[in-house]
Design a protein around this ligand. Sequence first.
Ligand code: SAH
Length: 450
Amino acid sequence: MLRVDQIVKGSVEQLDVHGTGILAINRDRVYVADVLPGESIRVKIVKKIKEGYVGTVVQIDVPSPLRIEPPCKISKMCGSCHYLHIDYAHQLKIKKKAVISLCMEEHMPLHVHDVIGMKDPYAYRNKIIAGFSRDKKGAVVTGFYEEHSHRIIPYERCRMHDAVCDRIIQTIRRLLQAYRIEPYDEDRRKGILRHVLIRKGVVTGNIMVVLVTAQKVFPGVRNFLRDLLKEHPEIRTIIQNINMRKTSVVLGNEEKVLYGPGYIEDVLCGLRFGISSRSFYQINHDQCEALYKKAVELLQLKGNEVLLDAYCGIGTIGMYAASHVKEVIGVESNKDAVKDAQANARYNRIKNIRFICDDAGSCMVGMAQRKQHVDAVIMDPPRSGSTVKFMEAVSRLKPGKVVYISCSPKTQIRDLKYFAKLGYHAKELFLFDMFPHTYHVESIVLMVMK
Ligand code: SAH
């Protein structure tokens, strides 16, 4: 038994899928952030959890040779990048190892391939969400939320984004101050601007700015917009999103287009996609292209298949795969994304694709009842993974092949175990580094019906 506040010494064995170092102290496991495998450290026990204890590093006695000085002054406070203290090539090895351990713990004997990394793992994020508040002196500050808190960590430049996005955010900060537009205070539920979301089309250079406000009325908006556009003519569209709820979810359901067409365009795998503010679009353009290519390659399509693109977002994978099959059916629950998908199919003149707005599980149950023929499925659910309803519907539709893409190997492996019970088996797992410097990794696997 360890005690809270007790200092223990140990060596880090490995990092888990959340990037947390694991130390074995006698029979107890202690979980510690910001460390590297092989490091000898002193840790203060903070609390007891079901799996063992959480500790914080007091001192690193023997640092790993792979430890580097993080190229960011606020990385430890901001909490968005968990691995900036680790040499990039080694980050990839750590991610692979964590997935191998997960497979072993879950008794899933999958062959895990090396993580496909980026040549230049910076400026890869095409979306930023910044918050605003006032500091003690009353000056408006902007930045990212501290992990697990609502405190804003001020920043000026984040190397994970294109510099132009950071410049726009800093301009907005100055304009708030100049026009006395109050940042929203969550505790007092007062103020106007909650967040700013910026999205950039990597290929087209299109920029979308979404101003999330806590009320419909936006005093001073005309002058604010005039100055913002004067300083940043590169902005293609500006949207006001109204979120009056007491919630940590960034976007509300109501929107007003303040400038431009209300969406941006980007080019992915040679196709042009319109993206509106509330639709999902992959964060990392280049890695996304590599991932989609892998998905289609794994299916070894012949050209006569009916392919189901489940959790299809704005239809990106389905449209990329459309030229390789007879027909694609996309299923997505977000209405805005389905509208984008339909417009995108028309724009790219893809005739053999249609989209259904529904819960993927319910939609597939319906398809099975109607005896819809499906040869192959590409599924790309959110982090929480798929559902029993969806997986059972797959087994009723009986596609020969299912490609499962996931941003959470943990829920993916949980689902693969269930799929195996239903007769769908996977052999190997491919990993793509969609989120360099974080513990996240994208994984893709082919399951074949046996
Ligand atoms: N395949 C797309 C989107 C993946 S993100 C791409 O690569 O861009 C996951 C998508 O699943 C999101 O668009 C989300 O809106 C959608 N989604 C979440 N739950 C769903 C459900 N139960 N049924 C259908 N779609 C769902």
